[in-house]
Design a protein around this ligand. Structure first.
Ligand code: FAD
Length: 444
């Protein structure tokens, strides 16, 4: 039986209405806006310390692949310096010491600990700050109890697994036979080529190398000036060279950043008003053949905080004590003593100061001492600074529409620590990535 023309019209009308309804009810997804591709061209990270290493590690791979690093000095690491201490021509196998970053605090280094875990770097628990009965404070000529530890004793401080001098020598291509002829200063400043092949057991140097991966580093490039607009960023170097880049992440410490020409006036003024830098120095002393002589003087694997020129004394092993001094005067005094009067005078001074701390007891002369001073030691926010507001301005000193970031542990709430570097690196990696993707970056 055929359909009447009116039934056919009814069916067609119904289908049309249903199609129209479906079109209005079922939302049609908007055509996807094409994501901007990672821009071709160079991205540059300036400075080759831990802030740079953590930024390079966390930035997404396509941007990382376009990254190159420019470093003013002839070595990477900045305030990270793992170097072997050569004790004598017959004993070159002393452990490699940390002259910069050293200790991890379980409470304040959460981001750093997580990074170390991702890098598969070994952290060794240490109890020197968490055993008040073993540690003490030497002040105004008398011994006082160590103040209550800032962290629960179940959460020990940590250091990285002991760095291996042999691995260091092999990596720096220095033979053990040559090692005694090379001064500690030369060893400490030898240029290690960052590569993706990293020997284990090189302490914080190892961490820095792992962070950089295969990102190439060019040395001897001191950033002296920046010309920047929303469409172009040009970096100029003290050598007279200049390069125009897609974007730049500056990881300079506060003092260095304040010297960059072209920095907007407001940022320069804010830097001048916001920070104070305290010089630091690290002195390692080794006694060969006199295993833990200090235990018989009542100093058992622990830490002594002193107001002598030795600063804070910590046992590193049965034969090594590490002293960390702070303040321009103490740093200059040790540098002068060791440079002007020589190593033997330095050893005698160490023994004399230790004798004071151990109540006048005789102290054997160390067989080796080595010192590294840092004029730019650690930087702190001045009292009263609105740190959050200052960081928000300084993290993008040329403004949010210019592709320049200042990513430094010095700008964080964990200044003077590796954790601050990881904090800055994480944030700027996220901010660079979102900005490249055309999204609004999070606040710092
Ligand atoms: C003695 C000492 C002990 C410490 N102990 C600890 C510790 O136990 N635990 C802890 O968590 N932290 C510690 N710290 C702090 C830690 O070492 C630093 O916070 C960290 O290494 C800083 O890294 P950074 O990359 O921000 O800066 P830096 O390491 O200073 O790196 C900046 C880099 O930029 C380069 N640079 C500077 N100016 C320019 C320029 N104009 N152009 C190009 N390159 C430039 C520098 O040469 C350097 O390589 C210690 C620091 C010191 C000095």
């Amino acid at each position: 039986m055929g359909l009447s023309p009116s039934s056919i019209s009814f069916i067609i009308l119904t289908v049309l209405v249903l199609v129209l309804m479906a079109l209005t009810i079922i939302p049609v997804p908007p055509a996807p806006t094409p994501r901007p591709a990672i821009p071709a061209g160079k991205w540059v990270v300036v400075g080759a310390g831990l802030s740079a290493a953590s930024f390079v590690y966390y930035v997404p791979p396509p941007i990382r692949a376009a990254m190159a690093c420019r470093e003013a000095s002839q070595r990477f690491g900045g305030r990270v310096l793992t170097a072997p201490q050569v004790v004598s021509p017959v004993n070159t196998k002393t452990q490699a010491n940390e002259f910069g970053a050293w200790v991890i605090d379980p409470v304040r280094h959460r981001r750093a600990l997580s990074w170390l875990q991702q890098l598969q770097v070994q952290v060794v628990g240490q109890d020197f700050y968490t055993h008040p009965e073993r540690s003490f404070v030497w002040k105004n000529g008398a011994r006082h109890p160590w103040p209550a530890p800032p962290t629960p004793s179940s959460a020990p401080y940590g250091t990285l697994g002991p760095a291996d001098a042999d691995a260091w020598f092999a990596y720096a291509n220095i033979t053990q036979a040559d090692a005694p002829k090379v001064s500690t200063t030369a060893l400490a400043s030898a240029v290690l080529p960052p590569t993706s092949v990293v020997p284990a057991g090189m302490g914080w140097t190892d961490v820095c190398l792992r962070g950089f991966g295969s990102c190439p580093v060019e040395y001897g490039r001191l950033l002296s000036g920046v010309r920047a607009s929303p469409s172009a960023v040009t970096l100029s170097y003290a050598s007279g060279e200049a390069e125009t880049v897609q974007g730049a992440v500056l990881t300079l410490p506060v003092a260095a950043m304040g010297k960059v020409e072209g920095l907007p006036k407001a940022a320069r003024a804010l830097i001048a008003a916001s920070f104070t830098t305290v010089p630091l120095g690290v002195l390692y002393c080794t006694w060969t053949g006199q295993e833990a002589w200090w235990e018989s003087r009542g100093f058992v694997h622990a830490c002594a905080s002193t107001d002598t020129p030795l600063g804070r004394v910590t046992t590193v092993s049965g034969t090594v004590l590490r002293m960390q001094v702070s303040g321009a005067e103490a740093v200059a005094a040790w540098t002068t003593t060791l440079v002007r009067d020589g190593l033997e005078a330095g050893k005698a001074q160490v023994a004399a100061h230790l004798s004071t701390v151990f109540g006048g007891a005789a102290v054997p002369l160390p067989s080796a001492v080595s010192f590294r001073g840092w004029t730019g030691g650690c930087t702190f926010w001045n009292a009263g600074v609105d740190t959050r507001a200052a960081r928000a301005t300084l993290a993008r000193p040329w403004g949010a529409d210019v592709s320049i970031w200042w990513s430094s542990g010095d700008l964080t709430d964990s200044q003077g620590t590796v954790d601050g570097c990881v904090d800055a690196g994480l944030w700027s990696a996220q901010s660079v990535a979102t900005s490249v993707q055309g999204l609004t970056p999070p606040p710092p």
